[in-house]
Structure formats: structure tokens, C-alpha cells
Design a protein around this ligand. Structure first.
Ligand code: CP3
Length: 364
């Protein structure tokens, strides 16, 4: 299998030079796009959309039809894994995800086992293969999963939470039970990501969206080791091509050195850290993905372009190792035309900076 004709994303993740900074957006297929809402209506619900490979493929491609993006991301959800573990995922309008059977009892935690992705999550593997065929090697496809700690938040709380009181109580009172959940989930995520790679995913990202709610010590004990275990278990090369991995701990700016030490190829950054500072700290070890505040997309197209240029300038004239993204998922209230302005500004400004780089007299 050859590299996609636009391989900027893969090159940037491996810290190889690119002509322009590649860009994709977390949640790039979502409710801010009217065509997404139309397909979702046809599917009946968000979950039915995830479970239908043809429709999941259709919505994966929608943002690429509209915008000059440098990657596709599988349309699915991180919560498909605990669903396959038997917790019974459902969505209620306006309240987000919920589980019918949250993990609170010791016997249920002891009973937990890692599902076979080729059996219980076959619809995801079918979607990955179908999207790869439809992309026809134009841009790479990113696969993903949730981190064990982030998945455990939903599994134990049973829903989104503002205070995480059930999981925090477990963490401090019964760390043995939480470690058991995390260990089984890490195993499930490893198998799930490797099955996605076997089905055609060309890079993978681990979303540790709630890792940042932990104390530094708790992060070191309950999130980091499981991230490291997953990264170490990933298929590194497929058909002669490296399959880079990205770890995104939202709120993890203080712990970049530890995250880099997991062995991942790239770190996803939220918008609270200056990307130039992050690069000085870990840029010699990993590529960086991010990190525009998604709230910038509520401003005018000119302001969006100006703010995007600030992120590029902070990373530096030499853009090697930078994948442009938002610091978190795109809001459903984003005007779609602002994304056009963002993608254009990132490509244009990074090409101009690249030219300047070549014209600069050699130092020394
Ligand atoms: O990035 C992409 O475009 C790929 C698809 C993707 C979705 N969810 C689609 C989705 C990815 C990578 C995710 C990851 C995910 N899911 C995370 C980690 C990233 C993050 O946001 O921190 C989390 C925590 C979830 C769990 C989840 N799924 C929540 C909390 C919600 C409700 C939030 C909301 O916006 O209502 C979802 C639903 C969801 N996942 C939607 C989409 C497009 C909206 C569903 C809809 O159409 O109603």
C-alpha cells in the first residue's frame, strides 16, 4: 500500500518536513454541518449513524468535500468500547451519553472483560475499510479510541459529570477496583486500535479528555501508565508505513514531558498552553497537534485567520512537526464558513512562512 497522495499529516506526525502545515479538526463531522444533520436524521439517531458503515462513511467524507482538510477521522464515538463491554450505551437529547448499567458493584467490575473488536465492534472495522476505499488514497484516515481513564469516567459515573464524584470516590477509597477497570479497558482499547489499524487506519489518536481532572499524582497513577501500555502495544508499521500515534490529554499542559515519555509520536494540545512553549519543552521528542481555541470560530472570518496565524507563528517559521487543530472539538454553533477561512489561512500562512525560511540567510 502506498502513502496517500496528500501525506502531509503523516509526515508532520513523524516530524518530517512538509510544504504546508496540515490541518484537520476534532469533531470535523458534526452538527455544525447541515449535511451532517440531514444524514443523522436519515439514520434515525447518532448511534444508528455510528452503527451503519455506509452512513458513517458518508458523514466522514462530508467535511472533506467542503474543506481542503489534510485528514479524515473515522466517524464513531469513544463510548462504543464500553458499550461493547455490555454497559448499554444510549443518548438522550440535550444530556449527552448515558449507560444503562454504570459500573458501581464489585462483582460487575470483577466480571468485566475486554471484547473482541472483530466480533462486538465489527461495524467500526467495516466503516474503517469502507472509508479507506472511498478516500482512494487521497488523504490519510485517523482511527481513535478513548483513554482508559476517560472511558472509566463514563463507565463509573454512567453519564457526563461536573464533579466526577463516583469515580473520585472509587479512586481514593477502592483504587484496586479502579485499577481493575483501567486494566481491562486498556486491553480492550489496545485490541480495538490494532483492529482499526488492520482495517486501514493510517494514524491513531487516544482521547484522554478527562485526564486533566486528575491531580498530578493521580494522573501519574491512573491515566499515564495505561496510555503508555496502549502505545507500547500498538502496531507500529503496516504495509511498510509507520502508523503514528497521538495522545491528547485535555488539560495535560503541565505533564507534557511525561506524556512524551509514553512513546507516542505526537501530543495533542488544548488551547491553554502556548504551542511555542510546548515545542521548546518536548518538540525534540514528539510532534505537536493543536491548538486554536475552538471559541475563536465564533468571531469573524478575518479574526479567525489572524488567530490561526498567531498559533503558526508561535510554533515557529520552521513548521516541521506541527499538525494544526483546535484545542478541543468544534462547537455545533460554529458558522461553517469560518472553517473555510481557518483552513485557507493555515495553508496560506504556513506556505509563506516556509518560503521565508528558505530565503533566510544561514545563521552563523
Ligand atoms: O472527531 C471526529 O469528527 C470523530 C468523531 C468523534 C465523535 N466523538 C463524534 C460525536 C470523536 C473522535 C468523538 C470522541 C468523543 N466522544 C470524546 C472525546 C473527545 C472530546 O470531545 O473530549 C468524548 C468525551 C465523547 C463522548 C461523547 N459523545 C459526548 C460527551 C457526546 C455528547 C456531546 C455533544 O456534543 O452532544 C457525544 C456525541 C457525539 N460524538 C456527537 C458527535 C458528532 C454529537 C452527536 C449528535 O449528532 O447528536
Amino acid at each position: 500500500m502506498t502513502r496517500p497522495s496528500n501525506d502531509c499529516l503523516l509526515r508532520a506526525l513523524l516530524r518530517e518536513p512538509t510544504e504546508q502545515t496540515p490541518i484537520w479538526l476534532m469533531r470535523q463531522a458534526g452538527r455544525y454541518l447541515p449535511e451532517y444533520c440531514e444524514t443523522r436524521r436519515r439514520a434515525g439517531s447518532f448511534l444508528q449513524l455510528c452503527r451503519n458503515p455506509a452512513l458513517a462513511c458518508e458523514v466522514t467524507l462530508q467535511p472533506l468535500t467542503r474543506y481542503d482538510l489534510d485528514a479524515a477521522i473515522l466517524f464513531s464515538d469513544i463510548l462504543t468500547v464500553p458499550d461493547a463491554m455490555g454497559l448499554g450505551l444510549y443518548f438522550t437529547d440535550g444530556e449527552g451519553p448515558r449507560f444503562e448499567r454504570p459500573l458501581r458493584e464489585e462483582w460487575a467490575i470483577r466480571d468485566l472483560s475486554a471484547p473482541d473488536p472483530w466480533d462486538h465492534l465489527r461495524y467500526v472495522m467495516d466503516a474503517v475499510s469502507e472509508i479507506r476505499r472511498a478516500l482512494n488514497n487521497s488523504v490519510p484516515l485517523i482511527g481513535f479510541a478513548g483513554s482508559p481513564y476517560t472511558l472509566a469516567c463514563y463507565m463509573v459515573e454512567g453519564a457526563s459529570s461536573s464533579d466526577y464524584r463516583h469515580i473520585k470516590r472509587m479512586l481514593y477509597e477502592r483504587p484496586d477496583l479502579l485499577h481493575r477497570i483501567l486494566s481491562v479497558t486498556a486491553d480492550a482499547v489496545s485490541r480495538y486500535l490494532n483492529a482499526q489499524i488492520d482495517s486501514g487506519a493510517q494514524a491513531v489518536m487516544i482521547f484522554d479528555s478527562w485526564g486533566g481532572s486528575l491531580s498530578a499524582a493521580a494522573y501519574r497513577e491512573f491515566s499515564l501508565p495505561y496510555l503508555q501500555r496502549i502505545v507500547a502495544s500498538l502496531i507500529r508499521e503496516r504495509d511498510g508505513e509507520r502508523v503514528p500515534s497521538i495522545v491528547f490529554t485535555k488539560g495535560g499542559g503541565l505533564w507534557l514531558e511525561s506524556i512524551a515519555a509514553t512513546g507516542c509520536d505526537a501530543i495533542g494540545l488544548d488551547w491553554t498552553i502556548d504551542i511555542g512553549e510546548a515545542r521548546r519543552r518536548v518538540g525534540h521528542l514528539v510532534a505537536l497537534q493543536g491548538n486554536l481555541d475552538p471559541g475563536v470560530l465564533f468571531a469573524s472570518p478575518n479574526r479567525v485567520a489572524a488567530e490561526a496565524r498567531k498559533v503558526l507563528d508561535s510554533y515557529g517559521l520552521d513548521n516541521t512537526g506541527h499538525v494544526f487543530n483546535l484545542g478541543h472539538g468544534i462547537s455545533q454553533f460554529t458558522p461553517p464558513e469560518n472553517v473555510t477561512a481557518l483552513v485557507g489561512a493555515v495553508h496560506e500562512h504556513s506556505r509563506i512562512s516556509g518560503k521565508k525560511r528558505h530565503e533566510m540567510p544561514l545563521a552563523g
